[in-house]
Design a protein around this ligand. Sequence first.
Ligand code: TSB
Ligand code: ZN
Length: 601
Amino acid sequence: MSVEEELNLSVAYTPIQRMRHSAAHVMAEAVQDLFPGARFAIGPAIEDGFYYDMELPRPLTPDDLPAIEERMRQSIAANHPFVQSKWPREKALEYFKQRDQPYKVEIIENLPDAEVGIYQQGPFLDLCRGPHVASTGEIGAVKLLRVAGAYWRGDEHRPMLQRLYGTAWFTQEELDAYLERLEEARRRDHRKIGKDLDLFMISDEIGAGLPLWLPKGATVRRLLEDYIVGVERAQGYQHVYTPNLAKLDLYKTSGHWEHYQDSMYPPMEMESGEELVLRPMNCPHHIQIYKQKMRSYRDLPIRIAELGTMYRLEKSGELAGLSRVRAMTLNDAHIFCTPEQMLGEFIGVVRLVQETYKVMGFENYSYRLSLRDPNDKVKFEQNEEMWQRSEAALRQALDQLGLSYYEGIGDAAFYGPKLDVQVANVLGKDETISTIQLDFTLPEKFNLEYIGEDGQAHRPVMIHRGILSTMERFMAFLIENYAGNFPVWLAPVQAVVIPIADRHAGYANQVAAALNAAGLRVEVDGRSERMNAKVRDAQMQKVPYMLVVGDKEAESNAVSLRLRTNENIGAVPLADFVAQASQLNASRSRDLWPSVAASAQ
Ligand code: TSB
Ligand code: ZN
């Protein structure tokens, strides 16, 4: 948040934000007391809490937080009033200069006003527009959460400050409930689960936003790719492979270079003088495939699909595990159709989205109609007639489908409006998974044609669509949605066979071979650990089935089945287990086992 944003925002604070902003002042008071020489920058209320950016004599560690909290509680108990005053600029400048507060001085120097707002509570005086609660006693239950680095004014050439985050609620119960939600979010965070379950990694030596898929994550991805490619084939999509590089000129023609350059990596110059870029989108490549032949209305619609790898220059501060990356593979397709076919094709894609979400078990999502911002002349293609026509067509499709949606102004693609499917991640942030986009722009720019029934050349319409989103973002969402408990068909390891003693190793291998032959993914845990420890480890790895085998099981050709939910099913004939698990696997069922309620999984 910039200084200016902070100053403007404070005027519009709601009661709880006002209280949190007051808590930020009390936190600064505590820090000033405990760390003489502290310099203060800005301290706004934010969603669910507050922070203060500070320069301190030494880096804070989590161990410092309890003492600061304790000192805050003293100030709250003392019930100091927040006293407001207005000072002439010169007086304020003098005051903060004398106290060696260069950030405050810089803020005042940039303020146009002749007078500046001052708030004081107890021993702490701050430059501030307010508003605040009447006195520190009105601040409810507080908790400090963490420290992070933050550049002064968000500028990497300015000093790195320490940003201390806290939260404040009117009551202890509300605080406890919030901390519980935070804990649950941490448990589900795909970055944590991705590490615990060995799904993916991010290596400093490779680079930020460039994830590596580990064998288990790659297994899940391959299954997702197989699923979606299968569904697409059934719906008449044709899959292609195209290169991740192209001439810069291609992206000049498409308009990406004009409207999307901020997200593109700089061009690479070849010996010949030719310039190549890493592609930020796959559309121009698919357009070339469309253009490879003269097309007739009888050929349309043509649906060209690809798990297309592309590269986007995302800001380092915005990268987040797998959900926002710089190298990504999109479950992409471009449908080329006649204007008459457009509505039907659009509806077909919406149905595909809905079917996929049903298979995955997603329930909390919403539709966003993403429109241009008419005032933004840089990001969006300037063609009034095109925007009118494409928005009207999209609204008509949504009406026909009876979907309820909200509108996102400025969220369109540069070439046209979109229907985006929005989900919330564990941090509460909204993200787009599926997207369906109407495009009258690129067909024009690339001069696309088909021969109509009348023998004349006509312009086709393009629909850009991603169902699963990028494999990266989809995986992030899937991990969080399932909290790592993948349904049987997606679990990287579906069963672990656990021999009770060394003499059962032979039978354990037979069991594994039977599962393997049925196409199930199985491991044998032959370590000389205790059986309970092995069961626990498999549960931690969220493996759906644990098959414990000892003398009894070996004699009767059975397995003793335990689920990752810790439910003990007991002895099951091996052939029955294989049949049942295969059935759940092949049907992509979300049930763990027939007797187990879906809610317990
Ligand atoms: C659908 N040309 C279209 C395509 O044909 C396109 O690229 N659309 S997009 O720009 O909206 O991107 C498609 C999807 O990729 C987004 O909806 C989002 O789910 C995902 N995505 C975008 N940027 C990132 C990123 N940095 N990291 C991970 N996934 C991303
Ligand atoms: Zn596209």
